[in-house]
Each structure stands twice: as structure tokens, then as C-alpha cells.
Design a protein around this ligand. Structure first.
Ligand code: IMP
Ligand code: MG
Length: 185
């Protein structure tokens, strides 16, 4: 028997509301109105970047007043700790983008590394137009410039959860956006 004592620190996670459910959903309605105007007379092909954007994506799609088609993509960035990072496509789109008006829907733009690679990759598939729409943007953290046409909220450099965003896969279902604080129990 090994009686060596294991020590582990239990951290409490405290979520501080940053953007209320009402504020998020009001902003999404505004964004949907803008999209409906900008794409009037067209069909919008909305791309959901899994998993983080799933809640924003659904809410936005419901509020858009023009014809919409949907597709889903999952990516992971590898080599996070190295300088050169690449994009790993875990689930690619089911449909071609040829001749379509494509809108990439993302939860948050942080360094910009992921979205700049996604944008390049999808642009190479010959869409008629390609724009990016994100619920949240942390401009202070940007490492790679990426053009983003629609931004819900610019937020300071804080780690946020809720409305699709996770910490260790949890909190995605919180109906608001909150900042996570780690406190010793
Ligand atoms: P980046 O723009 O390439 O740095 O990557 C953005 C991705 O990192 C997002 O799609 C999120 O999955 C994740 N991420 C960045 N900031 C946060 C945050 O504050 N909370 C939760 N996930 C985040
Ligand atoms: Mg994400």
C-alpha cells in the first residue's frame, strides 16, 4: 500500500453575467434584420462552426427573413503552442459552395487564427460571396488579421462561457454570456 498523500486543489467556478439573455437576443434580432436587408432576394447559405456557434446559429437562422440553407463544419486548431498552427477539419461540409452566398457563423473570434484559415479554405471552393458573422469579438487578442463583416459584441480580453461557448465542454447551455472566475474552494 502506498500511503503517499495526494493533494488536489478544488477550484470553484463562478460565472459573472456579462451580456444578459435579453441583450444577446435583441442583438441577434438586429443582426438578422441586417442580413435580411443585405441578402434580400438571395438565398443565404449559413455555415455553423461546431460546436460553439450552435446556439447563436440557431437563434440567428430563426430570425432571418430570407430563404436559408444550412451546413455544418467542425474544426480544431493543432499546434496551439507552436508558432505555425494548422487547421484540422474534423467534419467537413456536406455540400459544395459553388455559386452560393456563404455566411460563416462563429461564436467568438479570439486570435483570428482559426477563422482566417477557414475563410481561405472556403473561399477556394468558389462561392459567389463569402462573409463572416460572429457573436463575439475579442479584438485585443488578434494575432492574424481576418475580415469580419458582422460582429454582435466586442468584448474585452476575458474568458467567457455560455450561449454556446464552453469551458472544458461545460456551460454551453447557459442562456447568457458570462465571464468565468476560478476561485479556491
Ligand atoms: P481563434 O480566433 O483562432 O483564437 O479561436 C477562436 C476559438 O477559440 C473560438 O471558436 C472558441 O472555440 C475558442 N475561444 C476563444 N476565446 C474563448 C472564450 O473566451 N471562451 C470560450 N472559447 C473561446
Ligand atoms: Mg469555436
Amino acid at each position: 500500500m502506498n500511503w503517499e498523500r495526494k493533494v488536489h486543489r478544488i477550484m470553484k467556478e463562478i460565472i459573472h453575467e456579462l451580456i444578459s439573455e435579453e441583450q444577446v437576443e435583441e442583438r441577434i434580432r438586429e443582426m438578422a434584420e441586417q442580413l435580411s436587408r443585405d441578402y434580400a432576394g438571395k438565398t443565404l447559405h449559413m455555415i455553423c462552426i461546431l460546436k460553439g456557434s450552435v446556439i447563436f446559429f440557431s437563434q440567428l437562422a430563426k430570425a432571418v427573413k430570407i430563404p436559408v440553407t444550412m451546413d455544418f463544419m467542425a474544426t480544431a486548431s493543432y499546434g496551439e503552442e507552436t508558432v505555425s498552427s494548422g487547421l484540422e477539419v474534423r467534419k467537413d461540409l456536406d455540400e459544395d459552395l459553388d455559386g452560393r452566398h456563404v455566411l460563416i457563423v462563429e461564436d467568438i473570434i479570439d486570435t483570428g487564427n482559426t477563422l482566417s484559415m477557414v475563410r481561405k479554405m472556403l473561399n477556394a471552393r468558389n462561392p459567389k460571396s463569402l462573409k463572416i458573422c460572429t457573436l463575439l469579438d475579442k479584438p485585443e487578442r488578434r494575432e492574424t488579421e481576418v475580415e469580419v463583416e458582422y460582429v454582435g459584441f466586442e468584448i474585452p480580453d476575458k474568458f467567457v462561457v455560455g450561449y454556446g461557448l464552453d469551458y472544458a465542454q461545460r456551460y454551453r447551455n447557459l442562456p447568457y454570456v458570462g465571464e468565468i472566475e476560478f476561485a479556491e474552494d
